[in-house]
Design a protein around this ligand. Sequence first.
Ligand SMILES: [Zn+2]
Length: 203
Amino acid sequence: MLLVFGFSVTYRTVGEGTFHCPRCGGDRTYRRRAARRWVTAFFVPVVPLRAIGECAECRTCKGRFATSALRTPTARLMAAALPAGMRAAAALVLAAGDPGDPAARERAIQVVRGYGDTAYDGAALDGDLVLRAGFLAEEVTRAGDALTVEAREWFLAQTVRIALASGPLDEARRRAVHRVAQWLGMSRAHALGVILTTEGAAH
Ligand SMILES: [Zn+2]
């Protein structure tokens, strides 16, 4: 009798979730799959060999990707990170000046709503004002991670406009917008350029 030997790879599902599929370009469900090589006889796996590793398989396009693809934030997460980051930036600059200033509060509410949190209002702002700086830093940093260089500049410019709504920047509010820039991952020189340009345009 002639035995036909060969090799094959089998996949076993070890987890699932939602990720940003690099091929579909959107949020998709995935299966995390562990691969193992087998010796086959008559095309039937009979002897397990070494485990090859794990991959993420998109349930929509069936594409398989290295598990590092799971680190890319989903569009839903990014969409939530931006308004949360802007809320944190607004709270920081308002707290550095007069948090009750009506013009600055109104500007903050407009900007945060423009970033997608359409229910944001004065009460939400007051809630954010009592948050600790460490938490605000995390929120701004997470937003910065999701933004391109140009979008970070825009984010910072909007923060400066909130601060400018209550008048020219004093030392405390200038420090606050520089902190926001630092949390966004911008260099001091880069931040200075954006801040000066925004101040110039406001005159
Ligand atoms: Zn896909």
